[in-house]
Design a binder for this molecule. Structure first.
Ligand code: SAM
Length: 259
């Protein structure tokens, strides 16, 4: 997938932070010169145009946009903080303060942020799509709200543009308390509009039993897999039990690590 990065129409040259972004991501720079996105797309023949804006990168794909926003994480954490509502992911993962967490599937980062809030430490989040990984990574770095508890959780998420299997294979045994996978569902929940740019750019390969085996080697406490309630994936991937309410279409497959 060809990605080119450009400035907004009002800027002529990339500023320092944008240069750092270009170095980090390795994306090609395409001078904006006041032209529209469609013209840049035609000239560069890129599949994806990334525009560097003041509060972070924005990906343009036809009528769709992808940029970092913590909306779902904010809603979930606010529900916990204001109403004491437990978060189903945190309950299923059994995350407690001090746990180390590896999130193998960053996406828009909502689950990573929620886990970072509850483990009160860093979360490493892997993402194989470079467009998603660098957009979310830099969007997270530049994000500032008026809620320090949210900003702190976001800043604890460290993003790496890596494939989870190759990364897991490089890790020693028992080095994370919890390893988490939220792969693209085999049968998507079409209601979830917020994930549609992620659906277009994300990796749809099913989770392999080899990756789950590696995760079990790397995890000390638990491996967790998110899928649709009742999905045959839970059995195929060796989950001993599942968690989730009858009112929720999303459940978690759980593998407890016992040694
Ligand atoms: C459903 S989304 C995850 C959503 C995320 N949990 C959230 O809260 O926003 C799945 C993500 O995993 C990524 N992914 C799929 N296969 C991967 C792999 N082998 N390595 C790393 N990331 C992968 C996809 O590109 C996609 O962005």
């Amino acid at each position: 997938m060809k990605i080119v990065a450009t400035t907004t129409q009002s800027r002529s040259e990339p500023e320092q932070l944008f240069r750092q972004f270009l170095d980090d991501s390795g994306f090609d720079y395409w001078p904006r010169k006041g032209r529209g996105i469609k013209t840049i797309q035609r000239e560069s023949q890129a599949d994806v145009i990334l525009v560097w804006q003041e509060n972070g990168p924005v990906i343009y794909m036809g009528d769709d946009r992808l940029f970092f926003h913590p909306s779902m994480a904010k809603v979930r954490l606010s529900a916990y903080r204001n109403k004491g509502q437990t978060d189903p992911l945190i309950e299923a993962a059994g995350i407690t303060p001090g746990d180390s967490v590896l999130d193998c599937t960053l996406g828009l980062g909502a689950d990573s942020i929620v886990m970072a809030y509850f483990c009160q430490g860093p979360v490493l989040a892997l993402e194989t799509s470079s467009a998603i990984a660098y957009t979310v990574k830099w969007g997270m770095q530049l994000y500032n709200s008026v809620m320090p508890w949210l900003d702190e959780a976001i800043k604890r998420v460290n993003v790496m543009n890596r494939d989870y299997l190759s990364y897991l294979l490089s890790l020693p045994d028992r080095c994370y308390d919890v390893v988490y996978f939220d792969p693209m569902f085999r049968k998507p929940l079409f209601k979830s509009k917020t994930l549609s740019p992620v659906r277009m750019l994300g990796d749809h390969e099913p989770l392999s039993p080899e990756a789950v085996r590696e995760a079990c080697r790397v995890a000390k406490k638990r491996v967790l897999i998110k899928e649709r309630a009742g999905s045959p994936e839970f059995q195929r991937l060796g989950c001993c039990r599942t968690a989730g309410s009858v009112h929720n279409q999303v459940h978690f497959g759980i593998i407890d690590i016992e040694r």
